[in-house]
Design a protein around this ligand. Structure first.
Ligand code: PLP
Length: 379
């Protein structure tokens, strides 16, 4: 809706979402949903098959080299949980490297599944510690899996999944990466990183709408999990078999989200794939950071670990600042910000992902400037 020449007049524009998802989507993606698809019909099942193939291509891996893509209903969390529920053996144990809310969510999943685990935490502004993992794996040979979050959307920190993957591989462990907010916009070399399972979802950097997650994995690792699933509807292996048997989701598929996703993949190709999208998001991030600094705001993370996906900003020190009031004023101007999620500092977040362009970032910075002026605040 934010592109010139859009069919929808400016007055009817939705507010722009500067969030970690769901995100602002293109009019093309929204229009793709103006259809009803029969979930049993070959036309729809062919689309699902192509989407699975296109995701593998986007990841730079191939089916004939042992890679698979499984789609699963639900948001991204469901995808991550399905990997633990399906692919950790009954005597398995998971090492989770955590520096934010999504790492902690993995811990909750393991607690609920009663899967033994160890947690290797670093501060929220500090990347995962590959050396600590090396020590843990040396001391505890019963650990079977290593799980990390690539871009911790809690802060926007980008973890070094290659460094952690090298340790996991050296110890012969299965490596699980939550790349929810990075896949499609941050280049990932699957083989070099030593990935076994990568999870992302429809409504993040691919810029589709919410409705399903997807798991890219080594086929042999998934096939090896026969009989381990702790849960019926999230059984990834059975869903793979379902796709191979009749091309169908086992239960009602998110038909409209699939149609939207097909269009979103077309638009990602048109933009130049991962490299093109990365360039736009990087530019968005630069424009945002420069603009916010000019207003006097400080970002939370050190520059070296900051991703171009989402940025945390510290609250102004002025005691008259309240996030609720600030949020409301910026929202009234047409821009949706996101609260912070950090335990160690008062922050709010601004995302650069979704159908947002440099001009949109300039606009949100302008609106923020107006809002703080109205509130009489000096950041
Ligand atoms: C968005 C996100 C998730 C999944 O969140 P849902 O609300 O279930 O879609 C998981 N991990 C990370 C890093 C995310 O950014």
């Amino acid at each position: 809706m934010n592109t010139p020449g859009s069919a929808v007049p400016p007055a009817a524009r939705d507010k722009l979402l500067f969030t970690p998802g769901p995100l602002t989507t293109s009019s093309g993606v929204k229009e793709a949903m103006l259809h009803d698809a029969g979930s049993w019909h070959w036309e729809f099942n062919t689309k699902v098959k192509h989407i699975r193939e296109r995701l593998l291509a986007l990841a730079g891996v191939r089916q004939d080299q042992g890679w698979e893509c499984v789609l699963l209903q639900g948001s991204g969390t469901f995808g991550v949980e399905s990997v633990f529920q399906t692919c950790v053996p009954p005597d398995g144990k998971v090492a989770v490297l955590s520096n934010g809310a999504y790492g902690e969510r993995m811990v909750l999943m393991l607690q609920h599944a009663r899967i033994p685990h160890v947690i290797l935490r670093t501060q929220e502004d500090t990347p995962n510690d590959a050396q600590a993992l090396d020590d843990a794996l040396t001391q505890d040979p019963s650990i079977t899996h290593v799980a990390v979050v690539h871009c911790e959307t809690t802060t926007g920190i980008l973890n070094d999944i290659a460094a952690v993957g090298a340790v996991a591989r050296r110890h012969g462990k299965t490596y699980v990466v939550d790349a929810m907010s990075s896949f499609g916009a941050v280049p990932i070399d699957f083989e070099a990183v030593g990935l076994d399972f990568l999870i992302s979802s429809a409504n993040k950097c691919v810029e589709g709408v919410p409705g399903f997650s997807f798991v890219l994995c080594r086929r042999a690792r998934l096939l090896a999990s026969e009989g381990w699933a702790r849960n019926l509807s999230m059984n990834l292996l059975d869903q793979l078999k379902g796709f191979e048997k009749n091309g169908q989701f086992r239960y009602t598929p998110p038909t409209h989200a699939i149609l939207a996703f097909e269009r979103a993949l077309d638009e990602l190709d048109l933009e130049g794939g991962v490299a093109g999208r990365a360039a736009r998001y990087r530019r968005n991030h630069e424009v945002l950071l420069a603009g916010m600094r000019r207003l006097g705001f400080q970002s939370y993370l050190p520059a070296g670990v900051q991703s171009y996906i989402i940025t945390s900003f510290l609250f102004p020190k002025d005691p008259r600042f309240t996030f609720a009031e600030f949020y409301k004023r910026v929202a009234e101007k047409g821009y949706i910000l996101y609260p912070g999620k950090i335990s160690q500092a008062d922050t709010f977040r601004i995302g650069n992902i979704g159908r947002l362009f440099e001009s949109d970032l300039r606009s949100v910075v302008y609106a923020i400037g107006e809002a703080i002026e109205e509130m009489g605040i000096q950041p």
